[in-house]
Design a protein around this ligand. Structure first.
Ligand code: PDD
Length: 284
């Protein structure tokens, strides 16, 4: 008999099938909530502190009280991972504004709903990262506060369906010819001169936790890093393209919109950054 997956809902650890929230939950009705995803490797939570800091920042940006201290969040994450016996995968946290009659506003003091679950998967050994993956570009159709990690992800869901229909791994969102970010990732290019380029932080993109670590590691390795806008055209002409996220780490992209990037293989800068990021993630 396999043990059931255990989820966490508002103070209780329950088998997934029993882990439910009311239909009047504002996350369900309005996408009125915030989420975070942290990778787990063995006993280590990869870059967990900045994920929990961003959770707090996102909640405060939309006026939801953070129901837990960082220490409490870490204890809940650890217990959940332990109860599921998960060695490798991700832990998901969602906090919604709470449950109330469906009205656009609600009292400020209603209790937030907290949901957590694990997704066991092999994050270290990823065959796609050896070969590289393909991506498409789509128009960025999102709202103006993309720096908030909101559960309102309809534009990203549609972008991912477009990627699925095109049989590629990721959709890169483009606004007036300029790349914003992936549907669930940060986009980087390596220019022919070997400079690592990614878009600067603003309301237009999520401040990626993996982005920050990869930029730091790149600088420590002596790679020149530039934060500036880049266009779809510049991306297509780049010598390397990759994307980063908590679940994909550093993912080489060898084709965009059917056009080959560089030599059509994961490039040396991408390989190096993936290797050193994983080395650090493993060590904890
Ligand atoms: N997504 N940009 C967007 C729009 C994202 O959704 C994500 C992550 C990132 C990368 O951020 P980070 O490196 O902090 O994971 C950038 C998560 C993994 C998800 O939605 O599943």
């Amino acid at each position: 008999m396999t043990t059931p997956r255990i989820a966490y809902v508002n103070g209780r650890f329950l088998p997934l099938e029993e882990a439910t929230i009311p239909i009047m939950d504002r996350g369900f009705l309005f996408g009125d909530g915030i989420y975070e995803v942290t990778a787990v490797i063995g006993a280590h939570f990869v870059d967990n502190e900045p994920h929990l800091t961003r959770l707090d920042r996102s909640l405060s940006a939309i006026g939801i009280r953070n129901p837990h201290t960082t220490e409490e969040w870490v204890a809940l994450q650890r217990e959940l991972v332990q109860r599921n016996g998960m060695q490798e995968g991700v832990v998901y946290i969602e906090v919604t504004r709470g449950t109330f009659e469906r009205e656009f506003t609600c009292p400020e003091d209603i209790a937030p709903n907290v949901v957590m679950f694990t997704q066991a998967r092999s994050v270290l050994d990823n065959p796609a990262a050896e070969k590289g993956v393909a991506a498409i570009t789509v128009e960025d159709q999102r709202w103006a506060r993309r720096d908030i990690k909101s559960t309102a992800l309809l534009a990203q869901v549609l972008a991912k369906f477009a990627a699925k229909a095109a049989k590629v791994a990721e959709a890169f969102m483009v606004e007036a010819g300029v790349v914003t970010e992936g549907a669930s990732s940060t986009v980087f290019i390596v220019t022919n001169a070997g400079t690592l380029v990614t878009r600067p932080l603003s309301n237009a993109v999520l401040p990626g936790v993996t982005r920050r670590s990869v930029m730091r590691l790149a600088r420590e390795t002596g790679i020149h890093v530039e934060e500036r806008l880049f266009t779809r055209q510049e991306m297509l002409a780049a010598s390397e393209v990759f994307y980063t996220s908590a679940s994909a780490f550093v993912m080489p992209v060898t084709e965009v919109d059917g056009e080959r990037i560089g030599g059509g293989q994961p490039g040396p800068v991408t390989r190096r950054l993936r290797a050193i990021y994983l080395e650090e993630a493993r060590k904890g």
